[in-house]
Design a protein. Structure first.
Length: 237
């Protein structure tokens, strides 16, 4: 029989932080850039088909560029880890006493006694693989990256950009004039920016209301600037 004073404690940790980070990167740019482009073109052209063609072309180009950026970032992370791992194996082989001293320093910072530090060092240094793994984590602060990280990151960012990018363009499929499309696009995009900003802030531990407003203000400011510049340039040609 369980004691009435026993409480089961569940630790809640966010496991898919890389996935969420990639979705946020793709969606935030996907919502903002095509919205700004469509708003700019709405101030300069009289055809919804031109806006849609340019918007879709931008989404294709933007998703490829963003996905490639995510892939390169993922590859760089893996290459950096592999390079440091190779160096750590070399240091353990060539300078074992120095590496042991570094382990002692780590545990000394936590207040362990000299005797306990020596016991821990002896235990860790028995297995070279575990020793190197310990140094990677606690000396360098590096965790082994997922081998599929680069590919997954590219796909997630690219697809999130496409999803985000089509939201501002949707209204132009049904509107008869660019200004009608812009009004519909603005309403739809502002709602999505508010919702996206809210959940983005919630999962990253930021104040959700302020986060929603911040993301929306940035998106609206970009679109307003693009519209104003297009009107200005159009008036001079």
């Amino acid at each position: 029989m369980n004691s009435p004073h026993h409480h089961h404690h569940n630790e809640e940790h966010f496991e898919s932080s890389d996935l969420i980070k990639d979705i946020v990167i793709g969606m935030s740019d996907g919502l903002t850039v095509p919205f700004a482009l469509a708003a700019g073109l709405s101030g300069a052209v009289d055809s919804n088909s031109i806006i849609l063609t340019a918007g879709i072309a931008e989404i294709v180009a933007g998703s490829i560029a963003m996905g490639l950026g995510g892939y390169l970032a993922g590859r760089t992370e893996i290459e950096h880890y592999d390079s440091e791992l190779k160096r750590e194996y070399y240091e353990v082989d060539v300078y074992p006493e120095k590496e042991k001293h570094e382990i002692k320093e780590i545990f000394a910072d936590y207040g362990f006694s000299e005797a306990t530090q020596n016991v821990i060092v002896d235990e860790i240094s028995k297995d070279k693989e575990k020793w190197v793994d310990f140094m990677m984590k606690y000396e360098l602060g590096l965790d082994k990256p997922d081998a599929n990280r680069a590919r997954n990151s590219a796909l997630t960012i690219g697809l999130s950009y496409v999803v985000g990018g089509f939201i501002p363009l949707t209204a132009y499929f049904f509107a008869t004039t660019p200004m009608q499309g812009l009004i519909g696009s603005s309403v739809l995009t502002i709602i999505c920016l508010l919702v996206f900003g809210y959940f983005k802030s919630k999962v990253t531990g930021q104040p959700p209301i302020w986060g929603a407003l911040k993301v929306t203000i940035i998106g609206v400011a970009a679109a307003a600037a693009a519209f104003g510049v297009a009107k200005l340039v159009d008036g001079h040609f």
